[in-house]
Design a protein around this ligand. Structure first.
Ligand code: PLP
Length: 418
């Protein structure tokens, strides 16, 4: 058997996640269904904790990777903080039992309403991405009689060498404040009523397979920290963002300690706490999308396995041309063929995988692996398709964490003309 990105996926004739057979999950919850392993996400979190042992640190799970309350609950119970990018994500964190004091709020377009919500909740830090945002936050906090804890998200201008859509730390990106403006912004923030400076942040991109650009960013940030300190401003934390990559195909994905070692080396003599914002690396390989083959279609040039999941369920292949491994859930003795695994949506971009050797028949189950991050959170209702159910496996138990959407839900907020 090939090595699966999810190490806990075992079984001979039947694939199982932890101790639960995927076919049982399909029978109970139907398909398509996202299935997550609590053990896998716990192990991923613990790997960061271990790598950071002995350092004052906080691991803020990036909620946008997978914002299901069940997932957030699991991380909250592990003691995680959270990195959010909207007021809605903050409400999810609170609903899931997360500690607002451990929340960092990123994003270039925070509205006043979102700022109020976050100030009311008492979040740990606003990561500020523009001078205008500093002004808005200072004014909002002052009118509420509160003080907003902030860090500037600095754009270190290093090339993370990842997909251009998920690279965020270059001068040409919309994210963060310019490196050369940062010092004067800290000086200005120190004079702004309603603002308390807590730290500094950077996040250079996603699916990073090499730690070097992150360490380079940390060096650039550290040089700035020294200038900020020289200006008489103390920082409590240095937030180095998220972005650690995972194995989807045959990438040699880093381990948390190998990924962090060069960064920790750069920051080894610093008194500030280290904050991280990992998303994908905590949940990506902990989840899969379970789907059933509706039809096999043998075209003139290609064979298609038409499944009941589609680009609305998992957008990454259509959006980024991303690779997800696809495996048969039950072994059969049919001859393997090379298939494109496609959904029923009326778009040629509606594929989940291309040119995969699969031994399948109509009615068989397939598991699309490494789908725990940026899977369900990017799902849509395109073609009026209710979004999938979500289930968390925990040992030999299986907890539903999101019911399958019903079609009535999809147009509940719409109305006919008067
Ligand atoms: C998306 C994002 C993250 C998480 O990125 P991953 O690649 O999922 O680890 C962290 N911080 C910020 C500011 C983000 O926008």
């Amino acid at each position: 058997m090939t090595a699966f990105p999810i190490p806990t996926l075992t079984g001979t004739d039947q694939l199982q996640l932890e101790s639960v057979a995927l076919s049982d999950i399909a029978a109970q919850f139907g398909t398509p269904t996202y299935v997550y392993s609590r053990k896998a996400l716990t192990d991923a979190y613990r790997a960061y904790e271990t790598a950071l042992a002995g350092r004052k640190a906080m691991i803020c799970y990036a909620v946008k990777a997978n914002s299901n309350l069940g997932i957030l609950d699991a991380f909250a119970r592990l003691g995680a903080g959270f990195d959010i990018v909207s007021g809605g994500e903050l409400q999810r964190v609170i609903a899931a039992g997360g500690d607002p004091a451990k929340v960092v709020f990123s994003g270039v377009g925070k509205t006043e309403a979102e700022m109020r919500l976050a100030l009311e909740a008492g979040i740990g830090c606003f990561n500020i991405e523009s001078p205008e945002e500093l002004v808005r936050l200072g004014e909002t906090a002052a009118t509420m009689g509160k003080v907003a804890p902030i860090a500037f998200r600095v754009n270190p201008d290093v090339d993370p060498k990842t997909h251009p859509y998920i690279s965020t730390g270059l001068k040409a990106n919309k994210f963060g404040v310019a490196y050369d403006d940062a010092l004067s912004l800290y000086r200005r923030a120190a004079q702004t009523p309603g603002i308390a400076i807590h730290g500094i942040a950077s996040h250079i991109g996603s699916q990073l397979l090499d730690a070097a650009p992150v360490a380079e960013a940390a060096e650039r940030v550290l040089a700035l920290v020294e200038q900020i300190n020289d200006a008489g401003i103390e920082l409590h934390h240095i937030d180095i963002g998220g972005g650690m990559g995972i194995r989807y195909e045959d990438e040699s994905a880093p381990h948390a300690d190998a990924f962090l070692a060069p960064v920790l080396e750069v920051l080894k003599d610093r008194p500030e706490a280290i904050h991280l914002e990992p998303g994908r690396s905590l949940v990506g390989n902990a989840g899969l999308l379970l789907t059933r083959v509706e039809f096999l279609k043998h075209g003139e040039e290609k064979h298609f396995a038409i499944v009941d999941a589609a680009m609305n369920d998992l957008a990454r292949p259509a959006l980024y041309d991303a690779y997800h491994a696809v495996v048969e859930v039950e072994k059969s003795d049919v001859t393997a063929d090379v298939y494109d695994v496609v959904g029923p949506i009326c778009e040629s971009g509606d594929f989940l995988a291309r040119d995969r050797k699969l031994a399948v028949r109509a009615g068989d189950l397939l598991a699309i692996l490494s789908a725990g991050a940026y899977g369900m959170t990017m799902a849509s209702n395109y073609n009026t398709r209710p979004r999938a159910a979500e289930v968390m496996v925990d040992g030999d138990r299986c907890h539903p964490i999101r019911a399958r959407e019903r079609v009535e839900d999809l147009f509940a907020n719409e109305q006919r003309l008067p």
